[in-house]
Design a binder for this molecule. Structure first.
Ligand code: DAH
Length: 457
């Protein structure tokens, strides 16, 4: 999304800076090789099953009133299922993955993650961290925050972007950055997608935790599925009227106090600083950074909710704050987890190291298996993007790919551009054989040539 690669690791925030804008706008072909037609204006219809009942058009109305089931054991059986159910919404694989549909860019391996809900497993680092944050809010706000962690990740474009004021030309809306189920429906790319609807339902204090999906490049801190938690608190006029400050300053002060407390709850007595930033949905907007292991690390994005969001959702006279944080990023630091793919491992040597309620137990790598590097070079076409390449590589090699890195780029006199990428293969769980890697690389080359319209060199 807008948070390209820089230092921000897996807390890729949905912000807009001219710098990021420039980078992403250099990739104008929204539809690149996965989608050859411009999706809007073609009259594609959203799936009725998502938009009618609970999932997309009104995904929360039924979900929030139904008590969430306890953290699920059923999760395991969902892995390869062709029909999932999340928060009462039935999701068929054929409706989410449709290779022949130019308005759809969801691959199989992404579908297979829907429903796994790592954040609802009490013995998984992501679930342990979620629960630790819950504890902070329950203790400090007398359980006033209502918690949602089972909202369907398939949402409308309206929920994901329009309702949180993401501009129409914002790059995060592109097919290069977001997984589209069809022209009107996406896999949410942030938990902010649920803000507006929960406000309309009348909630004034809430936390939303969920899996979010973004097309991106590949390295040890980026994975196309990760988890976020969103928090929103609304104040009514009588809460700030005697404070001696205006509503916005009152909310900003409260927000900072709340989040500094949360950072101390998670990290102990750390040094912190606030950095001004930009998000479409808040004004003013801030990032909280903590000084950790000799670096300033961005922990979360937040701000005072744009008044327009409150007005449109029946809260005209209120003021509110909101924040969003990436759980993997924090969990990697708190549990010493070196590679983001490990969160998806079902290897007992990983899963058995964590237990319910134990935040910050340090992960002991069971072994370090050797990496294997393979380069691939090609002449690119106009529609080529690195995200599309990564999608193809991930489609072939799955979690055996650790990194895809551009190592050479030149344009010849005829104006043709050649790029060379180094692919690092490494399993988290075992040694890979030469034969296996050669086969993978062969399959990657075939797939790259077949799907990306590049000319291999
Ligand atoms: N939605 C943002 C992202 O995905 C994170 C965020 C920032 C959420 C500021 C908020 C907020 O609610 O106020 O990067």
């Amino acid at each position: 999304m807008l948070i390209p690669r820089s230092s921000s690791c897996c807390a890729r925030a949905l912000r807009l800076s001219t710098h990021h804008h420039a980078i992403h706008m250099a990739v104008p072909s929204l539809l690149s090789s996965f989608c050859h037609l411009f999706p809007r204006g073609h009259g594609f219809k959203p799936f009725p099953q998502f938009l009618s009942s609970s999932c997309s058009a009104s995904p929360l109305s039924s979900l929030s009133s139904v008590p969430s089931p306890k953290p699920n054991k059923r999760v395991k059986t969902l892995v390869a299922a062709a029909l999932l159910e999340i928060g009462g919404v039935k999701i068929a694989k054929d409706d989410v993955v449709r290779e022949s549909d130019p308005t759809n860019n969801v691959p199989d391996n992404i579908f297979s993650k829907i429903g796994l809900q790592l954040h609802r497993r009490d013995t998984h680092p992501i679930g342990i961290l979620k629960n630790a944050i819950y504890d902070y809010f329950d203790t400090n706000y007398a359980s006033k925050f209502v918690k949602f962690d089972d909202l369907c990740p398939i949402v409308s474009v309206q929920q994901n972007f329009d309702e949180v004021l993401v501009p129409a030309d914002h790059v995060s809306r592109s097919y290069n950055d977001t997984y589209y189920v069809n022209a009107d429906t996406v896999l949410r790319c942030h938990t902010s997608a649920h803000q507006a609807e929960l406000l309309r339902e009348g909630h004034s204090h809430f936390l939303v935790t969920g899996d979010v999906y973004r097309r991106d490049s590949i390295d040890s801190t980026h994975y196309p599925v990760f988890h976020q938690m969103e928090g929103v608190r609304i104040f009514s006029p009588d809460e700030w009227k005697d404070s001696g400050t205006d509503a916005t300053s009152y909310a900003a002060m409260d927000l900072k106090k709340c989040l500094e407390g949360l950072a101390r709850h998670l990290f102990g007595a750390v040094e912190m600083r606030w950095v001004d930033t930009y998000f479409p949905f808040t004004n003013p907007s801030f990032e909280l950074e903590i000084y950790f292991q000799e670096n300033w690390m961005e922990v979360l994005g937040c701000g005072v909710t744009e008044q327009d969001i409150l007005t449109r959702n029946g809260r005209k006279d209120s003021v509110a704050w909101a924040f969003g944080l990436g759980l993997e990023r924090l969990a990697m630091v708190l549990f010493d987890i070196p590679d983001i793919r490990l969160f998806w491992s079902t290897d007992q040597r990983f899963t058995s190291q964590f237990s319910e309620g134990k935040l910050g137990v340090k992960f002991k790598p069971f072994s370090k298996f050797p990496p294997c590097y393979k380069d691939i070079s090609f002449w690119i076409s106009d529609s080529f993007t690195e995200n599309n390449l990564c999608e193809v590589v991930r489609g072939v090699a799955g979690d055996l790919v650790e990194e895809v890195k551009l190592i050479d780029n030149f344009t010849n006199k005829k104006g043709m551009t050649s790029q060379c990428y180094r692919i690092t293969y490494r399993s988290m769980e075992r040694s890979l054989t030469d034969e296996e890697i050669n086969q993978l690389q062969w399959n990657v080359r075939e797939a790259v040539q077949g799907k990306l319209y590049v000319t291999l060199r």
